[in-house]
Ligand binder design. Sequence first.
Ligand SMILES: [Zn+2]
Length: 285
Amino acid sequence: MALVNLKQLVSAAFHHGYAVGSFNVVNMETLQAILQVAEEHHSPVILSVAEAHFPFVDLEEFSPILLRAARKAKVPVALHLDHGQSLPAIVTALRNGFTSVMFDGSTLPLEENIAKTREITRMAHAVDVSVEAELGHVTGGEDDTSPGVADPSLFTDPQEAELFVAETEVDALAVAVGSVHGIYQGTPELDIERLAAIRDLTGVPLVLHGGSGLSNDDFRQAIAAGIAKINVYTDMSQAAMARIRTVDTLPQRLGFPEFMLLVREAIQEAVAEKMQIFGSVGQCN
Ligand SMILES: [Zn+2]
């Protein structure tokens, strides 16, 4: 099966009514956990590395490991740069064999976001790498531990999205429709009508960032309205932290490698749960 680009994975999901999970890799344990669950569940998967996590993951050193693991996998895997903010980060991902990059120009004025995203799609498409961009702005940072709420004034405008996709030729579009990065304060409410309007006008697979706090039903509705890729990080990280807190209550004292296995197990459970909800389980038999 092995390494494919994002477009292949999310187009299939978009047309068959499920979403592929994009899980952030921050070390060996997360990589092993995500791939093992994907294989066990016959699910396509996206391994993503966020530019914000470059301090933890040295891309030059880690990419050969990611590539080898993806190529050996029994399920299709896309290797994705999450939230590339700068041209050097995008180029680093391209040079290191990534099959997909996200350029996040969501805080730029529309014209500038279009111009910069178009420059990146031209370059990436020339080497068969897919591009995800963001329009509207999903607030909160990848490592935000303080809860936040969505700002409707930053939601994606469907007409702007139509223009944006036509001008940039991106393969997938991240949209702001009510979720936030990190932990949601209170209960998030997705604007499903807006989402469906964006899908109808753009025709491209849509991406949901910041799924923490959403119910299973929210996810199902979002997928039915065009979401084909869902980013997962906070829930994985929280599951790992919750398991770490139980260590002192265990009857036996753990050594470091056993401790890491415990963390891996918690991440596996979180990943498996998401794959079930997203409907990607059994999609690559
Ligand atoms: Zn994001």
